[in-house]
Ligand binder design. Structure first.
Ligand SMILES: *[C@@H]1O[C@H](CO)[C@@H](O)[C@H](O)[C@H]1NC(C)=O
Ligand SMILES: *[C@@H]1O[C@H](CO)[C@@H](O)[C@H](O)[C@H]1NC(C)=O
Length: 553
């Protein structure tokens, strides 16, 4: 048998997966892709890493973070009602933690610690819960579970619906039917969930009076939960239990005379079946919610690109991400160049000359458990090219020379170049600041640059922040941007003037992102989805300025 890792690597690097029509910029896709393959949110918080190496939240626990995440996703989905199309994987669990059917510190920790702050304009809480299943299973050597985004967060609790161990087989069968699963799906889904984790004494003292017990003898995502059952060696506490009222896994697993369990008793069948079924589980959403296409890995990605400032210097700030197959080192002589055309002045659109920035700062992006399981690494190249407002940037692309005699590779967004949509409005996090609010809380004093010659008839900021547990998802705060003179340094660069708006929050929120919008001569210009945590003299804004030359064109 070919090891699964080889299979998926072959898939990731196959033309099939690179043929889909992606074009930059695609903000929702870009944000979801970062979550899926880097495991990080809009401020770089390593959420996927919480389950790295199939770890335990606490060394005293027998169950893993992965088990908690898969359980939470099922409990959230369990409110689906196939009869009327309501409920499903919609983060209604944020309102349901106090229910007996959702007992457990694992659910509380997952909601309040892991998945409460990273949802944003493009990635819902429900998307994070669903992605948690893909991360969890991959982190424990399980199958790859392809991910789609686009889930919509509930604003209230859903119906009751999570099966409990003391209920009858008939009641469980009906619960799963209402969730959209047949009796044999029920058997499979329980097995696919119970290959991870176990039962905690704190939650079910009647079932495991002597302390926590796991469902099978392995931590990893494998078919041991099935093979140990079939072999009669299992110590699954929902099978081998003093009071048979609680033997719900036994009732479910044996409900069809063990036919389904026997069919799952191979590593390969188990993993293939579970990949499909867990996808169905996380894609069970309320009627009317439309999921995105599967989020595919981008072999090369513009992680970010904007005109902004480093200190008082106007720069073109670009982060370019490449990918490295397993066991292939990054070529030591690789040179990556950023090329771009002016948007203004005599050399507009590369008339006569093209700008070139070289010697980017090389780094490595964090990888999610999904990417890590494939052995793929993500080298990055950060450019901060000093530019002039009088020349600006219209479009850009990259050249990668491996320095080993192989042809130079050009990355140009499928031929058209990566287009900078506008330069009328730029976000200036380095000139933005925090201050204490007059009536309490924290003020975010966010600053943008508007081109000196432009006179906006409207200038606004929309800030999005997350609500807490027991409250709805995004808060949209709209504030007018007003002209301001900043007493630097840092000063605004020549060619731009500054506008500011203040957003007051009860405390610093890692979740807050900002969209800025100005209307100039009837045309709307937008800079959107900007992080607000790293502002002022934050080290995260540090850049080494790139060396810039020009070449004839
Ligand atoms: C199913 O398998 C289990 C475990 O081997 C066994 O105890 C049980 O008797 C079987 N049930 C049926 C109906 O075959
Ligand atoms: C890197 O460049 C050096 C100097 O030109 C050369 O000797 C070496 O063979 C190159 N290495 C690779 C892997 O191409």
């Amino acid at each position: 048998m070919i090891p699964p890792r080889t299979i998926f690597t072959a898939i990731l690097f196959s033309p099939v997966f690179t043929a889909f029509a992606y074009q930059w910029p695609s903000p929702q896709y870009d944000a979801l892709e970062q979550f899926v393959f880097e495991g990080t949110d809009h401020i770089g918080l390593d959420i996927g890493g919480v389950t790295r190496d199939c770890t335990h939240r606490d060394p005293s626990l027998k169950s893993t973070v992965a088990a908690e995440w898969v359980r939470l996703a099922y409990h959230d989905m369990a409110t689906h009602n196939v009869d009327d199309g309501t409920g499903g994987l919609d983060a209604s669990i944020f309102f349901e933690l106090d229910r007996a059917e959702n007992v457990g510190q694992g659910n509380v920790d997952t909601v309040t610690l892991d998945f409460s702050v990273s949802a944003n304009k493009y990635v819902s809480r429900a998307d994070l819960i669903a992605l948690g299943v893909s991360w969890a299973v991959a982190s424990c050597s399980g199958p790859i579970i392809p991910f789609k985004g686009g889930r919509v967060d509930a604003l209230t609790a859903g119906r009751l619906g999570v099966p409990e161990p003391q209920q009858t087989l008939q009641s469980h069968t009906e619960s799963f039917r209402q969730q959209g699963f047949s009796p044999s799906d029920m058997i499979r889904l329980v097995a696919c969930g119970h290959t991870l984790g176990g039962v905690r004494n704190a939650d079910f003292p009647d079932i495991v009076p002597n302390g926590d017990e796991t469902f099978d003898t392995t931590t990893s995502y494998d078919h041991a939960v099935v093979s140990e059952y079939i072999a009669g060696t299992t110590s699954n506490p929902l099978i081998v239990v003093q009071d048979s009222t609680f033997a719900s896994d036994l009732r479910i697993f044996s409900s069809d005379g063990n036919v389904t369990m026997n069919s799952l008793n191979s590593e390969e069948t188990f993993k293939t079946t579970c990949s499909t079924l867990l996808q169905r589980m996380v894609n069970t959403v309320p009627n009317g919610v439309v999921l995105t296409d599967t989020i595919e890995f981008l072999l090369a990605k513009v992680s970010s690109a904007q005109i902004t400032q480093v200190g008082s210097q106007l720069v073109f700030d670009v982060l370019f991400r490449l990918s490295q197959p397993p066991n292939v080192p990054v070529p030591p002589n690789r040179s990556v160049k950023l090329l771009w055309c002016d948007a203004r002045g005599q050399f507009t659109n590369c008339n006569q000359r093209t700008n070139v920035a070289s010697l980017p700062v090389a780094g490595t992006a964090v990888v999610s458990p999904i990417t890590e399981a494939q052995g793929i690494t993500l080298p990055t190249y950060q450019f901060a090219a000093p530019i002039d407002a009088a020349a600006s940037v219209s479009k850009f692309w990259f050249q990668v020379d491996e320095g080993d005699g192989s042809p130079v590779q050009t990355y140009n967004n499928g031929g058209q170049g990566y287009i900078i949509q506008q330069d009328q409005l730029i976000y200036l996090p380095g000139i933005s600041s925090f201050s204490l609010g007059n009536s309490g809380g924290i003020n975010y004093n966010l600053v943008v640059g508007v081109r000196t010659e432009s006179n906006p008839t409207s200038a606004t900021l929309h800030a999005f922040d997350k609500g807490g547990v027991q409250s709805g998802p995004l808060t949209d705060i709209t504030v007018n941007l007003v002209p301001v003179t900043i007493a630097g340094p840092p000063n605004v660069a020549p060619g731009y003037k500054t506008y500011t708006a203040t957003v007051n929050r009860p405390s610093i929120s890692t979740s807050l992102t900002a969209d800025f919008q100005v209307i100039i001569d009837g045309v709307t210009y937008t800079e959107e989805f900007k992080q607000t945590l790293n502002i002022g003299n934050s080290p995260a804004l540090d850049r080494t300025l790139s060396t810039v030359t020009t070449i004839p064109s």
